[in-house]
Design a binder for this molecule. Structure first.
Ligand code: NAD
Length: 296
């Protein structure tokens, strides 16, 4: 039986660890939060008192943490994962973090002879619970092949995006596109409405014309046309604007370093930041419609 250490049992990590346990793996779980830890134990994981207790002797280490600083600390601090893990262990970090931190940690791990991939996910808590996440994986081909059977216990689509850090690149580039296309969709529906064209009729036309995009057809920010979209429940998430803003900021940070021009990404970040400033970033990101309408 493969022993897996799972560090970070929050909204996403909790159900992901539960799916690994359900698949028959021995999962040793650790989180700073006792409440998160207790839930994981209920779901069949074994409780570890510290991260190093979870990691000691484990074959695979999976982490699902908030940001780059947490990932760096958990892996690279004295007595962290890199110091404690047994020879030959494989590390999988599924957190969404900045590209530089991902590459720094993988470099430090491989320098000590470990295999490591960055494997951020797309899909929210529902997909984490159902085991249907999409994984975007960066790292060596052999490490990807080794990680894949475990990722398949937590997800449905597993992509190798290339070298270390490229999983994070795929994730932020995709989410920057989504963040922009959602705002564009809001503008189009608002313009149509202001000019006397109702959302249902505009949807019927535009969803089969050249303006068609995922933000419109699967997640329409105007109430009505897509019944299960958050717009029909006053923009309760879903995917919170705060999460989108985090990803937009990561995209801008990476774009500046790479000298990639992303003028619309910058503008989109500014608009989601206005939702944050208004204390409304707990709404779904499609709630940016309220900002466009002037009703936030
Ligand atoms: P969360 O805040 O619910 O969970 C993070 C967990 O990490 C918390 O339980 C916290 O106690 C724990 N933690 C922090 N530092 C730790 C440490 N040093 N040691 C052990 N545990 C520690 O966040 P989440 O929603 O589960 O998101 C996790 C990651 O997944 C983030 O990077 C997020 O951007 C990404 N993500 C989230 C979603 C989503 O819909 N929630 C979707 C895709 C990706």
């Amino acid at each position: 039986m493969t022993t897996i250490a799972f560090i970070g049992l929050g909204n996403m990590g909790g159900p992901m660890a539960a799916n690994l346990a359900k698949a028959g793996h021995g999962v040793r779980a650790f989180d700073l939060s006792q409440a998160a830890l207790a839930k994981a134990v209920e779901a069949g994981c074994a409780k570890a008192g510290t991260a190093s207790e979870a990691v000691d002797g484990a074959d695979i280490i999976v982490s699902m943490l908030p940001a780059g600083a947490h990932v760096k600390a958990v892996y690279m601090n004295e007595g962290g994962v890199i110091d404690v893990a047994k020879k030959g262990a494989l590390f999988i970090d599924s957190s969404t973090i900045d590209v530089d931190s991902a590459r720094t940690v993988i470099k430090a791990a491989t320098a000590k002879g470990f295999e490591m991939v960055d494997a951020p996910v797309s899909g929210g808590v529902a997909a984490a619970t159902a085991g249907t996440l999409t994984f975007m994986v960066g790292g060596e081909q052999a490490s990807f092949e080794r990680a894949k059977p475990f990722l398949e216990k937590m997800g449905k689509n597993i992509f190798h995006a290339g070298a270390a850090g490229n999983g994070q690149v795929a994730k932020i580039a995709n989410n920057m596109l989504l963040g922009i296309s959602m705002i564009a969709t809001c503008e189009a529906f608002n313009l149509a409405e202001r000019l006397g064209l109702d959302a249902e009729t505009f949807f019927k036309i535009s969803s089969t014309a050249s303006g068609q995009c995922w933000s419109m057809t699967s997640y329409c920010p105007a109430p009505g046309p897509v019944p299960n979209a958050p717009s029909n429940r006053d923009y309760q998430p879903g995917f919170a604007a705060a999460m989108m803003l985090k990803d937009m900021r990561l995209a801008q940070e990476a774009a500046h370093k790479a000298k990639a021009a992303t003028p619309l990404g910058a503008q989109a970040e500014a608009l989601y930041a206005l939702m944050e400033a208004a204390g409304k970033d707990n709404l779904d990101f499609s709630g940016v419609m309220k900002l466009i309408k002037g009703s936030l």
